[in-house]
Design a protein around this ligand. Structure first.
Ligand SMILES: Cc1cc2nc3c(=O)[nH]c(=O)nc-3n(C[C@H](O)[C@H](O)[C@H](O)COP(=O)(O)O)c2cc1C
Length: 789
């Protein structure tokens, strides 16, 4: 895009909105990202005349505008269809068949592999690095509606469902503030729950409660962590937690209300006379159906899932309503800020955090207290506190969940950090792919400000601190702290060499404290309870707990918080319930694109920074994707390299070119065209890219390759011989029909590309050239007569 060669006219576009956007966002470089985001949200893309108009009004150079506009993947430069059809290609979605889902969407919409928009102009397909609903993988999203557990043969249902809504449900999920309940009907309302249908369930429960005049209130609560059981309803009365229903839908709402909630007034008196009368309202079959969703109070699976967990960053999970400030305060919320401001000196706060042994949860594990001290010792003048909520790693959604479910806790952590380092301005940098997190943090900031927890005189202490939000533009590299600063300052998000570290010279050249969401969410607990109880959890060098997004081929996926030092095997087998579908545990991918693959044989490794790094992986931010025997480790390495290659900012040659050459080799391996020298070349390049790249992205990008080469070399060698032992690499797959075929024609009926001629009562055969390897035939064959070779 070159603004200088464009005609100056508005090309018939109404540009008055651009004027309004600039007037409300400001005209300095820091306003570039918010301005572009607002323009895209209005026009659905960035029309060139609109950018020209921005340049004219603000005096910003076209080069600066176009530089930023072309850096971030979220910005579109061509008009789109009426709806955006996002296909998640995160790790969990990838291992569960995201590409097959995308292929199927394209077939349904009659789009080629390279088309962006269908011929009717209705849908534009967008590949997304990770939507962050990994436990529902594979996931797609049409506008604001998320569809989980997608497969080649369910894509049509999702499209039909979306079109049947006539765009009505396309609004953002709304949040309801609760009022003093008699009985709380708790419904999990994190992004995963909403994608699983919690929004409709909540509406149905509210309607039924209103219709029956029952004294109860539906309380939307944050992430419960048991994402594999969503949607969930828990009935909580004065006697504490009551029945828990899992995997229920809007259809079950009436039966739940009838079973547990008594009508008020006259009906209540009737009930006392005729005990058991209410139960008879539920017909026997309905009751039986409901019982199937009822989880007994000491359910073994729930106990195993929760057993080893210790909640610090996710304290009160499933109980707190994310935006209920009174409830947060009732549960000791902001007590730590009060203590920090009224009873502690800045130095004492830093001492406490240092003694706790807390290390940064954003990946590198740098000691948090030491970083705070560095910032606090900076020269006088402005200092900043930045909460890094960019979380772009595929397979990770810990920070999204914490921001959505515990926004006040992170605000409290930032406020304590500000008191410790002497900052008056804070910034939440949150990725735009997390609309619910953005919405809730924004609402929480408003309420905290109104109640004096933020502002010019926090809790009457005379201390000033306020926080604003900067919405990221969809670039993974912007999670790197120097790139993040460039992005906030309105430049392309390219990292720079360190030192100087941001703690010394960060935003606007001033000392800047950058901490991860989870690190900050740990702080209020540490200040409230003291450093010792925190330091008593974990190992000698890795203290406290770690939140993991446990996904992949696991029976009980979800958001878990466990003590540091727990073994991988206990997380997979105990918390996660082992491998799904009776398959074999093969490996875990830990730490996302910067991390590595640890084989099952090393699953007794304790989770701590040093052990993981000795094994060639890293803790990363906490994505833990479990892989089974159907996952190909060469494909996994190629998947991550494809991601990091696409996300490389291109500033340094080793990362830009090195990852590209590595990716080419991995692609050749997956397609069966690599030669015997390629493995040595791949390994050599991996070491060079690791050693010579400018920032953490390039320095860690080879980890998935190096760990799979180290632990699964025989799979690479099989690919050199044209074989994919896991049967995953499409170009190396050939289907074979065995003698057991009964000629039922089901495979031919389901084949989306007519690659199986219909031969009733005869053994079927494949047209290998026409086959798209979607695997539907193998799934529908009732006698398992189709195998992969
Ligand atoms: C490519 C890349 C992406 C990163 N993404 C994130 C991120 O999304 N969130 C995060 O907190 N840290 C991320 N980091 C690490 C940050 O640079 C920084 O170390 C961290 O925010 C510091 O916070 P902590 O000390 O609390 O971990 C990333 C680093 C790299 C190299």
């Amino acid at each position: 895009m070159n603004l200088d060669v464009l005609p100056g006219s508005g090309n018939g576009l109404d540009l008055s909105e651009v004027d309004r956007i600039v007037a409300s966002r400001g005209d300095g470089p820091e306003a570039i990202l918010p301005i572009l985001q607002a323009i895209q949200s209005h026009y659905h893309y960035l029309p060139e005349p609109a950018l020209r108009q921005v340049a004219r009004i603000t005096g910003l150079s076209p080069a600066a505008l176009v530089g930023v506009a072309t850096f971030y993947s979220r910005f579109r430069h061509k008009p789109t269809g009426q709806h955006i059809f996002r296909v998640c290609h995160g790790t969990a979605c990838h291992v569960k068949g995201a590409q097959l889902v995308e292929d199927s969407i394209r077939r349904h919409l009659k789009m080629s592999a390279t088309d962006e928009t269908d011929s009717e102009g209705r849908f534009t397909i967008e590949r997304v690095g990770c939507i962050g609903c990994c436990t529902l993988a594979p996931v797609t999203q049409i506008d604001q509606i998320t569809y989980g557990h997608q497969a080649s043969d369910t894509v049509g249902d999702a499209i039909r469902d979306f079109l049947s809504r006539n765009g009505k449900a396309a609004a953002r999920p709304t949040i309801i503030a609760p009022t003093g309940p008699a009985i709380e009907v708790r419904v999990g309302c994190g992004s995963c729950c909403l994608a699983g249908g919690s929004g409709q369930l909540r509406d149905a429960l509210e309607a039924e409660i209103a219709r029956r005049g029952a004294r109860a209130v539906v309380k939307p609560v944050g992430c419960v962590g048991m994402c594999h059981q969503t949607p969930m309803v828990e009935m909580v009365g004065s006697g504490g937690a009551g029945p828990l229903y899992t995997r229920v839908g809007a259809d079950d709402a009436a039966a739940i209300v009838r079973r547990h909630l008594r009508p008020a007034g006259f009906f209540a008196r009737l009930r006392s006379t005729f005990s058991g009368w209410l139960d008879s309202w539920i017909e026997a079959d309905q009751r039986e159906e409901l019982d199937r969703h009822l989880t007994p109070p000491r359910d073994q699976a729930v106990c195993e899932f929760l057993g080893p967990q210790v909640r610090i960053a996710t304290e009160h999970a499933g109980r707190l309503s994310p935006l209920d400030l009174d409830e947060y305060v009732r549960l000791d919320g902001f007590a730590a800020v009060r203590r920090a401001l009224k009873e502690m000196t800045p130095n004492a706060i830093v001492d406490e955090v240092e003694k706790s042994g807390l290390r940064g949860r954003g990946g590198a594990g740098f000691p948090t207290g030491r970083k705070w001290r560095l910032v606090s010792e900076g020269p006088p003048g402005p200092r900043y506190v930045v909460c890094n909520g960019d979380e772009g790693d595929p397979g990770a959604f810990m920070d999204r969940m914490i921001l959505e479910s515990f926004p006040y806790r992170v605000i409290e952590g930032m406020t304590i950090a500000a008191a410790a380092v002497g900052a008056e301005e804070g910034i939440f940098y949150i990725r735009a792919e997390y609309p619910l997190a953005l919405e809730r943090v924004s609402a929480a900031l408003d309420q905290a400000r109104q109640r004096g927890f933020l502002g010019d005189n926090i809790l009457g202490s005379g201390r000033r601190f306020d926080i604003r939000i900067v919405e990221g533009g969809g670039a993974f590299v912007c999670g790197e702290e120097t790139a993040l600063i460039a992005s906030i300052e309105g430049r392309r998000g390219a990292p720079r060499l360190r030192p100087p570290y941001p703690a010394v010279s960060g935003l606007h050249g001033r000392p800047t404290l950058i901490n991860n969401v989870e690190s900050l969410a740990m702080v209020p607990w540490i200040i409230r309870h003291g450093a010792e109880p925190f330091a008593a959890i974990g190992t000698a060098t890795s203290k406290g707990t770690k939140v993991f997004a446990l996904t992949g081929k696991i029976r009980r996926g979800g958001l878990v918080e466990v003590p540091m030092g727990l073994t991988i095997r206990r997380i997979v087998e105990e918390v996660g319930g082992g491998i799904a579908d009776g398959r074999r545990f093969k490996a875990v991918q830990i730490g996302g694109p910067s991390g590595g693959c640890i084989p099952e044989s090393m699953a007794d490794l304790p989770i701590d920074y040093e052990s993981l790094s000795a094994a060639g992986a890293i803790m990363g931010s906490g994505g833990l994707v479990v892989l089974d025997d159907r996952d190909c480790m060469v494909d996994i390495a190629r998947f991550f390299l494809q991601f990091t290659q696409a996300e490389s900012c291109g500033k340094c040659t080793f990362c830009r070119v090195g990852t590209k050459v590595m990716l080419d080799i991995l692609t050749r391996l997956c397609e069966g065209t690599a030669d015997k020298n390629d493995l040595a070349k791949l390994e050599d390049l991996a070491f060079q890219v690791k050693r010579a790249s400018l920032c953490g992205l390039g320095q860690t990008a080879p980890n998935p390759v190096l760990t799979t080469l180290k632990y699964f070399r025989e799979e690479y060698e099989a690919h050199l011989r044209g074989r994919c032992p896991a049967g995953k690499c499409q170009k190396l797959i050939h289907y074979r029909v065995h003698e057991g075929c009964i000629g039922c024609t089901l495979c031919a009926q389901h084949c989306p590309s007519d690659a199986i001629p219909m031969l009733p009562y005869q053994k079927h055969a494949f047209d290998d050239a026409g086959c798209t390897r979607c695997d539907v035939c193998r799934k529908v064959c009732p006698v398992k007569a189709i195998t992969v070779e």
